[in-house]
Design a protein around this ligand. Structure first.
Ligand code: PMP
Length: 451
């Protein structure tokens, strides 16, 4: 026990952890992780934790994946980093060639940055400048969904709509137009996401009718609003949105930071809708969750609006020091190689079906589970005092947080989103691991009956 306690004490002396009320650490100190393997993490005392949330949804193919490790090590002995303005290197060039083959059609110009929020900032600036340089300077505003999450920087927070993260900063943020997002668990039309025609799209139509001419781009988390509580909506919504954006010459930005690289069952969520966005942001699974890298990908049409003699002042002068980092590229190349040589998506689809079946067996009749929903391997459960009324636990009860604490004791990292708990494991999880996760989860939810 001592190692863990000593490290935790030293940690708390200096480290301000992300997305945390640091006072909570008095009760629940940080777990000091020593190493990882597959879906497991091990702390300095040797305690095992199953990483059912993929370390913030980024670990894609297991911790310490031998192929990714090998690729990074090989690159490390050749070139660790180089300025990316006017310079380039083979890993970046190959990565773009290979990614283009996986992306929805038309996405072929790649702008590198180093985290998801940065990729979103880049997309917003790109869209704004595109409209300015193609004769639409009046199109200055951004449209986004209610309950959207796109990151923590000022632009990304502006197009996000989660009070929890943004409210205090409101005076610093851009004015954006919010469209009522699909909420299939509490559908205002009383419909079912599996067979509806996205009737709630009417909210987008109304917003476009009023503001469409001032909007340079609409940004969405395709099919899955992750931070909002793993809310899932149907592909037909994206199809309709594509058409509406075309009609208003509004660019469509897909934030695939959480959904990319097989998480939704296909390589990208937009592939379910068989349409392409104009700009796509990718990160997290891009490097298998190994290294901070992100890309804002766009079409040749957008790219050409910036392509001119230097003195015309049309260049996109956005830059980050670590753009195109060769180590990140080498990790990403290994990820794509694994997708090409192993049946990753097929295997994940089987595991998704198994996880869904197990959750239904264990929780299908539970009065405290309002809905079990899934897309790809991602499964989420709404905690409720009463499934018939879909009532919410009071925020002070911190139902999700209590489950999180109990699960940690039992070696499962089941980090909640408010009153939603979810499984978003690495795509390589196996059936035994799923069984174990579901069993621990069930033990941890037992206390809810007594609420
Ligand atoms: N967009 C989405 C959909 C995300 O899920 C996240 C991170 N969870 C981000 C943007 C921000 O990415 P980062 O944390 O790398 O800045």
């Amino acid at each position: 026990m001592k190692m863990q306690e000593d490290f935790a004490k030293r940690d708390l002396r200096h480290i301000w952890h992300p997305c945390s009320q640091m006072k909570d650490y008095e009760e629940l100190p940080p777990m000091i992780i020593d190493h990882g393997k597959g879906v497991y993490l091990y702390d300095v005392n040797g305690k095992e934790y199953m990483d059912i949330v993929s370390s913030w949804w980024c670990n894609l193919l297991g911790h310490c994946n031998p192929k990714i490790n090998e690729s990074i090590k090989r690159q490390l002995d050749k070139l660790e980093h180089v300025i990316f303005a006017n310079f380039s290197h083979e890993p970046a060039i190959r990565l773009c060639e290979e990614l283009k083959e996986e992306l929805p059609e038309g996405l072929e110009k790649f702008h590198f940055s180093d985290n998801g929020s940065g990729a979103v900032e880049c997309a917003l600036k790109m869209a704004f400048q595109y409209q300015y340089q193609t004769g639409n300077p009046q199109k200055k505003k951004f449209m986004c969904f209610t309950d959207a999450y796109h990151g923590e920087t000022i632009g990304a927070l502006s197009v996000g709509c989660m009070d929890l993260y943004a409210k205090i900063y409101q005076p610093m943020l851009m004015d954006t137009i919010r469209v009522q997002a699909p909420d299939c668990y509490r559908c205002p039309f009383g419909l079912n996401r599996d067979c509806c025609n996205a009737e709630c799209f009417v909210y987008a139509e109304e917003a476009f009718e009023r503001y469409g001419n001032e909007v340079c781009a609409m940004i969405v988390e395709p099919l899955l609003q992750g931070s909002a509580g793993m809310r899932i909506y149907p592909p037909v919504y994206l199809k309709k949105l594509r058409e509406l954006c075309n009609q208003y010459h509004t660019l469509l930005i897909a934030d695939e930071i959480a959904t990319g690289f097989g998480r939704t069952g296909k390589m990208f969520a937009f592939s379910h809708a068989q349409v392409s966005p104009d700009i796509m942001c990718i990160s997290k699974g891009l490097t298998g969750g190994y290294l901070p890298m992100a890309i804002t990908v766009t079409t040749d049409r957008v790219y050409q609006a910036f392509y001119a003699d230097y003195n015309e002042g049309k260049a996109f002068l956005h830059s980050h020091t670590y753009s195109g980092n060769p180590l990140g590229c080498s990790a990403a190349l290994a990820v794509l190689d694994i997708f090409r040589t192993e049946p990753v998506l097929e295997r994940a689809a089987k595991r998704a079906a198994y996880l869904g079946k197990r959750l239904l067996e264990e929780f299908g009749e539970s009065v405290n589970i309002g809905e079990i929903r899934h897309i790809g391997l991602i499964h989420a459960m709404e905690l409720t005092p009463d499934r018939r009324t879909k009532a919410q636990y009071p925020a002070e009860f911190r139902a999700g947080y209590q489950v999180y604490q109990k699960a940690l004791e039992k070696g499962l990292i089941l980090r909640p989103l408010g009153n939603v708990i979810y499984f978003n494991p690495p795509l390589v999880i196996n059936e035994d691991e799923i069984d174990r996760a579901v069993r621990v989860c069930k033990e941890c939810l037992a206390f809810l009956h007594r609420f």
